[in-house]
Design a protein around this ligand. Structure first.
Ligand code: NAD
Length: 253
């Protein structure tokens, strides 16, 4: 692989202020891409951008709720108009669940689908015209292993993660003639704030023991796969669902 194969490419990573999004941003910046660090929390976005710049990369921030489509799509149009159109979209921002079927309110359901499903769909809609013009693009949807395995007391979350796998498959077929790939990455439980919000330390330790590798995933386990899927080397991989999960799920995704 060329040393910096993504030099000159512009990437939007949603939810990039923490956890997986921060690691994905650092990995893509390490390959030379300029990163738009999108996050709802400004101080988190600033910290990710600072880490990228400290590591020798290039970044700017976009602070808003990813579900605020008017703001995000206006920003994407602005990048395009300024000659800095997006070549890479990482639909990473997501909210977790933790409620049983009988406890999910319509409001919570709608909010989760707005963040986890509606935003990825319309962000892709916004970036694809520029990618088509440049005949090159990479879209990665961050799903979850639970989209395939199921997860009790989280059916609304599981549904959102299954939805984006469907998006990747359909976009792969629709966009392949334009040099654009679309893939899904399905992490298992990864040591981030989302994980510590949904499980106690003891539960996380016990969960780690169920993994054949006897550890939780770390953000870099996921970020390295995302970076590969955005590199020129992965140009023939599209519509795929890949799970960097230490063997915790083995079989067809
Ligand atoms: N951590 C895991 O175990 C795990 C497993 C499977 C899938 N995932 C998925 O990976 C993605 C990232 O998860 P994480 O563990 O890094 O989460 P995290 O909570 O650690 O970080 C999420 C980041 O997204 C930001 N964010 C949240 N809602 C947002 C919104 N509406 N608009 C913009 N930014 C927003 C947060 O401020 C935070 O910086 C999510 O889509 C999640 O569903 C995580």
């Amino acid at each position: 692989m060329t040393k910096n194969p993504l030099i000159g490419r512009h990437a939007l990573v949603t939810g990039a202020g923490n956890g997986l999004g921060r690691a994905e941003s650092l990995a893509l910046a390490g390959l030379g891409a300029h990163i738009v660090v999108q996050d709802i929390r400004g101080e988190f976005a600033d910290e990710s951008a600072r880490k990228i710049v400290d590591a020798g990369g290039s970044a700017e921030t976009l602070v808003c709720d990813v579900a605020d489509l008017n703001t995000v799509m206006a920003a994407i149009a602005g990048f395009e108009a300024a000659g800095r159109g997006l070549d890479i979209l990482i639909n990473n921002a997501g909210m977790g669940g933790g409620q049983g079927l009988e406890d999910v309110t319509r409001e919570h359901f709608d909010q989760m689908f707005a963040v986890n499903v509606r935003a990825p769909f319309f962000l892709a809609q916004a970036v694809v015209p520029g990618m088509k013009r440049r005949t090159w693009g990479r879209i990665v949807n961050i799903s979850s292993v639970v989209a395939v395995k199921g997860w009790p007391d989280n059916s609304h979350y599981v549904g959102t993660k299954a939805a984006v796998i469907g998006f990747s498959r359909a976009w792969a077929l629709e966009l392949a003639p334009h040099g654009i790939t679309a893939n899904s990455v399905c992490p298992t439980m990864t040591a981030t704030e989302m994980a510590t919000n949904s499980m106690t330390a003891a539960e996380l330790d016990a969960f780690a023991q169920t993994n054949p590798t006897k550890r939780l995933a770390i953000p870099d386990d996921i970020a390295n796969v995302v970076a590969f899927l955005c590199s020129p080397a992965s140009g023939f991989i599209t519509g795929q669902t890949i799970s960097p999960s230490g063997g915790s799920f083995v079989g067809a995704m």
